[in-house]
Design a protein around this ligand. Structure first.
Ligand SMILES: Cc1cc2nc3c(=O)[nH]c(=O)nc-3n(C[C@H](O)[C@H](O)[C@H](O)COP(=O)(O)OP(=O)(O)OC[C@H]3O[C@@H](n4cnc5c(N)ncnc54)[C@H](O)[C@@H]3O)c2cc1C
Length: 495
């Protein structure tokens, strides 16, 4: 535990559980049953899941990517395919627990709290090639690496995750994070195993607070938070930073202090006209969380396209509609789509980068060749098998499927991918299906989380509690329990 981490007393825990409408006993029962596991998407009670399918056939299985999905796949495949030769191609010596970057930004964890050597998690018997794949050649069942030449496979698991594209915003770059009032919690370097985004954003929180202390409600500082119009991993993180920063100005979080949040005007710019795709969570965020702060202005359909770090001006593309002529046949007005560029001056800005599939996949035959998912791995949204190359499967953020770029989703992809890959090895029909499960522990303030769980069919709460309520218990699970469960159970394929 980091020295800055807040550890409430037993009495404080009791009071907070009760504020969630739970007795301490019920809270501990939830915790024991698997509340923390749920935040990374583990079904209740599954702590030592046995493989549902196994094969003793000989085969070369290559996994590309050593993040959450790749490591989980290696652990599960090692148990399920006893005679397969499994090779993991992963450049990173250090494994980052990425959800911890948000707690770093909030001053509750440090970088060393979310780093561990990747070697701790690679199962014995799995060959680790510390390298990057530069070319995927599925027609010839091989990949090309940057230092170790070509590697052939019988089965391929693609687990390369996502790529940040800061440069898609004119004037923006990774180097600007931590300078000139700019931060971005996402920024990390997978090769070096560093999480600059977390460190820089905690400094940024303190800088915003220091500036707010010198301002006043009539002349507030301007703080902008952005969310791009591309798919992003952990879709809740842009809002987590918005609310935690606002709450930090209210004097909550490490260090406490006077409430200065009305000395700051917060603007949140995003695509769409709501804060969450599912109505109950959206209602809580719009009608409860946002008014609770009273200084947040949501700007719908505003996407950051350009930034001038010296003048501190952010330029947004604003999409809107105007009413056209009345169509008598259908009894409606035609709506005309318009866009305009809007300049917004700021003192501080939190930039969430546009995100895209890693180049090696996007430039290969494995990516969707056209359409809105172009470049993302073209796989079936239920079986996770490649649509055209039946010996190729995917796991994690790289999947070109409708929802679920979270560690929780990757946790659910793991057993499906392994069962279906084994079935393919055995020449059997694929029966395991991914239901679209994803999870977003949305931090609405220090000490409260709305635990949004959903799948392809809509809301999918694991607990008999109103999922739209911000609750202390989910915060406690997320901050205190999830990280060890990630390291010791999830990555080892044990839940
Ligand atoms: C700030 C933040 C907060 C988050 N919060 C949550 C949360 O609360 N809950 C949750 O469930 N999820 C959360 N996530 C998301 C979660 O971390 C990711 O969804 C998860 O890590 C995806 O796993 P992955 O294996 O697909 O990708 P990653 O874990 O990112 O791993 C991909 C790996 O592939 C490697 N790679 C890339 N290209 C190549 C190549 N060509 N050759 C070889 N290797 C390659 C990379 O180096 C990397 O190590 C958060 C993420 C961030 C950044």
């Amino acid at each position: 535990m980091s020295k800055k981490e807040i550890k409430p007393s037993k009495a404080a825990f009791d009071a907070l559980y009760e504020s969630d409408g739970l007795s301490r006993r019920d809270a501990l029962k939830l915790l024991g049953i698997g509340g923390a596991a749920t935040m990374m998407g583990a079904p209740i009670g599954l702590y030592a899941e046995e493989p549902k399918a196994s094969s003793d056939k000989e085969a070369q299985i290559v996994i590309v990517g050593g993040g959450s999905g790749g490591i989980m796949a290696a652990a599960r495949l090692k148990r399920a395919a006893s005679n397969a030769k499994i090779t993991l191609i992963a450049p990173n010596e250090i494994h980052l627990y990425q959800p911890g970057q948000v707690f770093m930004a909030a001053g509750l964890l440090e970088e060393s709290d979310i780093q561990k050597p990747n070697s701790d998690f690679i199962p014995s018997g799995v060959t680790w090639i510390k390298d990057e794949v530069t070319v995927f050649d599925p027609d010839n069942n091989k990949v090309t690496t940057s230092k170790n030449g070509d590697i052939n496979y019988d089965f391929l698991v693609v687990a390369t995750g996502i790529q940040y594209d800061y440069k898609a915003i004119e004037g923006m770059s990774e180097e600007l994070v931590g300078q000139k009032g700019i931060s971005s919690v996402y920024l990390s370097n997978f090769i070096e195993g560093t999480a600059k985004g977390g460190t820089a954003t905690w400094q940024w929180f303190q800088d915003v607070r220091a500036a707010a202390q010198k301002a006043n409600p009539k002349n507030p500082i301007k703080v902008i938070f952005t969310q791009p119009d591309t798919p992003i991993k952990c879709g809740g993180a842009p809002q987590k930073i918005l609310y935690l920063n606002d709450d930090y100005l209210r004097g909550n979080g490490p260090g406490g202090g006077e409430d200065v949040h009305m000395n700051a005007k917060f603007t949140f710019c995003k695509k769409g006209k709501g804060l969450f795709s599912l109505p109950s969570y959206n209602k809580t965020l719009l009608e409860e969380v946002t008014p609770m702060y009273g200084n947040i202005d949501d700007k719908w359909d505003h996407i950051l396209r350009k930034i001038d770090p010296d003048k501190k001006i952010a330029t947004f593309e604003h999409a809107y509609e105007i009413q056209g002529v009345f169509d008598k046949d259908i009894g409606e007005y035609n709506m005309i789509q318009k866009t305009e560029m809007v300049d917004m001056p700021y003192d501080f800005i939190h930039v969430v980068p546009p995100m895209k599939p890693v180049d090696a996949v996007a430039n290969s035959l494995l990516g969707w060749q056209k359409g809105t998912a172009k470049g993302w791995l073209e796989c079936d949204q239920y079986t996770l098998q490649h649509k055209r190359y039946k010996n190729v499967f995917g796991i994690g953020d790289i999947l070109g499927i409708p929802i679920g770029k979270t560690g929780g989703s990757a946790r659910h992809h793991g057993p499906v991918l392994v069962e279906n890959l084994i079935a393919t090895m055995e020449g059997k029909a694929l029966t395991a299906k991914f239901d679209g499960y994803t999870v977003c522990p949305l931090k609405t303030q220090y000490g409260k989380i709305v635990l949004a769980e959903f799948n392809y069919d809509g809301e999918a709460p694991s607990f008999p509690l109103d999922a739209s309520r911000p609750r202390w218990i989910w915060w406690a699970f997320d901050l205190y329990m999830l990280k060890p469960m990630y390291w010791y159970l999830m990555l080892r394929g044990l839940m």
